[in-house]
Write a protein that binds this ligand. Structure first.
Ligand SMILES: Nc1ncnc2c1ncn2[C@@H]1O[C@H](COP(=O)(O)OP(=O)(O)OP(=O)(O)O)[C@@H](O)[C@H]1O
Ligand SMILES: [Mg+2]
Length: 238
């Protein structure tokens, strides 16, 4: 089945559903996420962002999903080491369960401390790309699952590190680590992931900032830093 025609997922999404999603208002604190396919540079750039933000006086916490809580870590092992293919809907709810716990047990509590930055290494846009498009559930199903508190909380800014499949496969080859549940997939799967991320960008243009991740590390970080500076400055003016 070819899922590249993203219009089949765009048509049924109504505005009311999209309006369920909000960024939390926490004075002096920010919620960020990094998205992109494998090898996009998320984990690498998150470390640079953390160092930079700490140099600006923020307290920075990096969170990953599934995981980050004792319950979430158990789910993480169950999903990533799974030898059997899970139903897409099972996968979507497992991620959502872990996410809801992490949001209430960690994210919301920590954001209450002024001067905190929470950075997620993947968040809702990965659910849209992986379970929504690549696994064929449809974007509306993913948005529907996330439309209830606390899952409807959106980052203030999301960095989508956009890379070509050649770049992704090249970096994965260099890394040469054993493939996990999601990485042992073919080119079609990755093309669908890209379609998913791009659809997310269209649905949430204010939140998601597209960064060309094919460039060198420093150049990529300069683009991210410029966006971070703008975000911090805007908040100061409020
Ligand atoms: N801009 C870049 N130029 C060259 N190499 C890069 C760049 N960004 C990341 N890399 C390298 O590519 C590999 C993958 O990067 P990284 O682990 O940050 O990606 P990721 O998006 O977190 O991937 P995953 O989704 O698999 O966790 C690493 O070896 C990293 O050093
Ligand atoms: Mg990573």
């Amino acid at each position: 089945m070819f899922l590249h025609d993203k219009n089949i997922y765009m048509n049924p999404i109504n505005k009311e559903l999209l309006q369920q999603f909000r960024s939390p208002a926490f004075p002096g604190s920010f919620f960020l996420s990094f998205e992109g396919i494998e090898g996009a540079g998320k984990s690498t750039q998150i470390i640079s962002a953390k160092e930079y933000l700490e140099s600006q006086g923020f307290r920075v916490l990096i969170l990953r999903e599934p995981g980050g809580t004792p319950f979430g870590e158990k789910l993480r092992q169950a999903i990533l080491n799974s030898k059997t293919e899970l139903e897409p809907i099972s996968e979507a709810y497992l991620f959502a369960s872990s996410r809801a716990q992490l949001l209430t047990e960690v994210t919301l509590k920590e954001l209450n401390v002024p001067g905190t930055i929470i950075i997620y290494d993947r968040y809702i846009d990965s659910s849209i790309a992986y379970q929504g498009i690549a696994r064929g559930l449809g974007i509306e199903t993913i948005l529907g699952i996330h439309s209830t508190f606390p899952l409807n909380l959106m980052p203030h800014k999301t960095f989508y590190l956009k890379i070509s499949l050649d770049t992704s496969f090249g970096r994965q080859r260099v890394r040469n680590s054993p493939k996990d549940y999601f990485e042992s997939r073919g080119k079609d799967f990755y093309e669908n992931l890209v379609t998913g991320f791009e659809t997310s960008c269209e649905l949430f243009p204010d939140r998601i900032c597209v960064i060309d991740g094919n460039r060198g590390l420093d150049e990529v970080f300069e683009s991210i830093k410029a966006e971070i500076d703008e975000l911090i400055m805007k908040k100061d003016e409020q």
